[in-house]
Write a protein that binds this ligand. Structure first.
Ligand code: URA
Ligand code: SF4
Length: 209
């Protein structure tokens, strides 16, 4: 078994269909995260994009704006995309989990990593996006995205960095989450994490047919 032994593989349970009758994303109640979030944050970008970038979940600013990657992590991502020669408006940007999970720390809302059951609950929405957009390449920004995309709650990121894998007929490229660039313990790790993101985005471009 790879990675944490306590994780439950997503594939062990059946992912739920994306749309039960007329439920919209913002009306979704498949897990409890909607209760403390402002709104569900949908995707951004063309439905015909050949590259899909998948983040973890909206952050504080995304929760308020209703748009993905508009806060500090989005600024890191913008810089990496520019350096890789990727135009943001040509990509489909979305998240593995659509509602912001947080805990209060004074007046601030601090990001909390989604639990495996929440990744699983939200997987149907991501699956529906993948089936609709049919990207050639999916870039997983961080391990939450990777777990949902590969439907494997035990998958670990490190061995996949720099080594794209095929999954259900598409390339999956794994890179660190852009917010890791902001919170890595020292300057060398931050720089290295940023390089991994830029190289992953470049690799995604080279994998296009
Ligand atoms: N982090 C993410 O994973 N997604 C966002 O949309 C913003 C921050
Ligand atoms: Fe539904 Fe996902 Fe929001 Fe949970 S996080 S309520 S599964 S949209």
């Amino acid at each position: 078994q790879r990675g944490g032994a306590t994780m439950i593989p997503i594939s062990a349970e059946r992912a739920q269909p994306a749309r039960a009758a007329s439920t919209t994303l913002d009306q979704c109640r498949r897990c409890a995260l909607w209760e403390s979030a402002t709104q569900a944050v949908p995707s951004a970008g063309p439905q015909t994009a050949r590259i899909m970038l998948v983040g973890e979940q909206p952050g504080d600013q995304e929760d308020l704006a209703g748009l993905p990657f508009v806060g500090p992590a989005g600024a890191v991502l913008d810089q990496a995309m520019q350096e890789a020669g990727m135009a943001r408006d040509s990509l489909y940007l979305t998240n593995a989990v659509k509602h912001f999970k947080w805990e209060a720390r004074g007046k601030r809302r601090l990001h909390k990593t989604p639990a495996q059951r929440e990744i699983l609950a939200c997987h149907g929405w991501l699956e529906e996006e993948i089936q609709r957009v049919k990207p050639q390449v999916i870039v997983a920004l961080g391990s939450t995205a990777l777990k949902s995309i590969l439907q494997d709650g035990a998958v670990s990121m490190a061995p996949l960095i720099g080594t794209p894998v095929q999954h259900e007929g598409r390339w999956v490229v794994a890179v660190y989450h852009p917010s890791y660039v902001l919170r890595a313990p020292d300057a060398a790790s931050r720089r290295q994490a940023y390089r991994v993101i830029v190289e992953g985005l470049r690799q995604a471009l080279t994998l296009l047919q």
